[in-house]
Design a protein around this ligand. Structure first.
Ligand code: SAM
Length: 239
């Protein structure tokens, strides 16, 4: 594991919602790179670079590996993840993005991380949930939110990245059960997995239409060049 100690220019990026410092810009190899403060110093999740500055360890956040990072790179306007935020995350996979959200929400925040594939979930436990007390793994199908026995109370953000044809319906059902009124909803739309015959723009428009009754859609971000086949839709829940 390589930890760099000679990086200096750390610029604190303010959340657009308020003054909290959720993520950071670090100059590394001549480029401005996104990073989060490592909640578990010394611990790497996906071989990301660790950088120490003034005694604080940061993890570079790779926009080619995380669609939330790609959204930030592509001008995400609302970033509701901050210290103490409660998140329901569907499609945790091996935990790349969950780990950065875990850095951001800190020890008083919580991420209920749902993943249905047991092999993937095992990796997730080994790499992420086992080291991070603010991550609660839920080995369940997101189609059955009533079976998430460990979720308590309502959450501030629901984040969905499950690449299923009926993902928007699954996401809406989860929001109805767990998202607080006025909470934020992040939906990754994998345009090709929904219907291979339709143009991506049309697929996104159709998915957004399904949200209109209960949500105010705030932004729709094309994740190019970080991710060719996905868009991120951000919405606010009207309850
Ligand atoms: N969000 C992850 C990240 O940024 O690191 C990547 C998620 S990956 C594209 C999609 C994940 O959703 C897979 O691990 C898959 O097993 C999981 N998934 C798909 N359908 C699901 C369902 N119905 N319930 C729970 N997890 C599901």
């Amino acid at each position: 594991m390589k930890i760099e100690k000679d990086q200096i220019q750390i610029k604190r990026e303010k959340s657009l919602e308020d003054d909290n410092q959720s993520y950071f810009w670090i100059k590394s190899e001549g480029e401005k790179k996104l990073a989060t403060e490592n909640l578990v110093p010394g611990n790497q999740v996906y071989k990301e670079k660790l950088i120490i500055n003034r005694g604080i360890e940061y993890r570079l956040w790779d926009a080619f590996r995380s669609k939330l990072a790609a959204s930030i790179m592509n001008d995400l306007k609302n970033f509701p993840f901050e210290n103490k935020t409660k998140v329901l995350y569907l499609g945790a996979s091996t935990g790349t993005t969950v780990s950065h959200i875990s850095d951001i929400v800190g020890p008083s925040g919580v991420i209920f991380a749902v993943e249905h594939a047991s092999r993937v979930a095992r990796d997730f436990l080994d790499r992420v949930a086992g080291y991070r007390k603010n991550v609660i793994p839920i080995l369940q199908d997101a189609r059955r939110p009533k079976e998430y026995f460990s979720v308590f109370g309502k959450v501030d953000v629901v984040y969905v990245d499950i690449a299923q044809p009926d993902q928007t319906e699954i996401a809406i059902n989860n929001c109805k059960m767990f998202l607080k009124k006025g909470g934020y909803f992040f939906l990754v739309i994998k345009t090709r997995s929904i219907d291979v015959t339709k143009a991506p723009k049309r697929i996104i428009e159709e998915e957004i239409k399904k949200l209109e009754e209960k949500f105010e859609v705030l932004q729709n971000i094309d994740l190019h060049p970080y991710d060719k086949d996905h868009a991120m839709v951000i919405a606010k829940y009207n309850g």
